[in-house]
Design a binder for this molecule. Structure first.
Ligand SMILES: C[S@@+](CC[C@H](N)C(=O)[O-])C[C@H]1O[C@@H](n2cnc3c(N)ncnc32)[C@H](O)[C@@H]1O
Length: 196
């Protein structure tokens, strides 16, 4: 598991509005605070980026596949969204540059200690991160094979094991799980978490 890419030839499937059955915009916005400078981790064709952008100051749509950004450009990218071609474990942002981040249906593709450590570096103390993905406990009729997925417990353990994050809430659903985490205090700067 960990890093692998989505078939660009199937990019159109990412723009199917029936996907809201698995994760509505309202649910996504309840997982993290979209205000400020936000990154969409594994943004694909920008299906959810477009929904978050009206609530944010700036959104960085991060994807390792430049072809996904080409697809997004063809649709039209909102003025406050910038595309960034990068891997999540090596992000071109300054320390603490982001107020928050989110990721939809991609955690299974980037989950690694290195990626979470990099995320902790770029999200400012107190910032929130929302994750929604296909669950290992789901039926597997949609999305990737269950053998390639993680459960809520797996994701919770990964974030709990990283000293940069505190898990705030999570839910295991029928096909998907959702998780909210917060960037903890930065011991070097002394900035505390939770105060916004
Ligand atoms: C299943 S698609 C989901 C796209 C989008 N989040 C959505 O819900 O419509 C996963 C996307 O994440 C990207 N991706 C996978 N692993 C990545 C990584 N390690 N760093 C950056 N992007 C990654 C893939 O290129 C692909 O575009």
């Amino acid at each position: 598991m960990g890093f692998h890419t989505y078939d660009v030839g199937n990019a159109d499937a990412l723009d199917d509005p029936s996907r809201f059955r698995f994760l509505s915009v309202e649910e996504l916005l309840s997982l993290f605070d979209p205000r400020g400078t936000i990154a969409d981790l594994g943004s694909g064709t920008g299906f959810y980026t477009d929904e978050v952008a009206p609530h944010a100051e700036t959104v960085y749509a991060v994807d390792v596949q430049a072809e996904m950004h080409d697809h997004y450009r063809q649709k039209g990218i909102p003025g406050n969204v910038s595309v960034v071609t990068a891997e999540i474990d090596d992000l071109p942002f300054e320390d603490g540059a982001l107020d928050g981040a989110f990721s939809t249906m991609t955690y299974h593709e980037f989950a690694s200690e290195a990626a979470l450590t990099e995320l902790a570096r770029v999200v400012a103390p107190g910032g929130s991160v929302g994750i929604a993905d296909w669950s290992r406990n789901g039926a597997g009729t949609e999305g990737p094979p269950t053998s390639e997925r993680y459960s809520l417990a797996d994701a919770r353990q990964a974030f709990t094991g990283n000293e940069g994050f505190t898990v705030e809430q999570g839910d295991e659903r029928f096909e998907t799980f959702v998780l909210s985490v917060r960037r903890t205090a930065d011991q070097k700067s002394g900035r505390s978490s939770g105060g916004s």
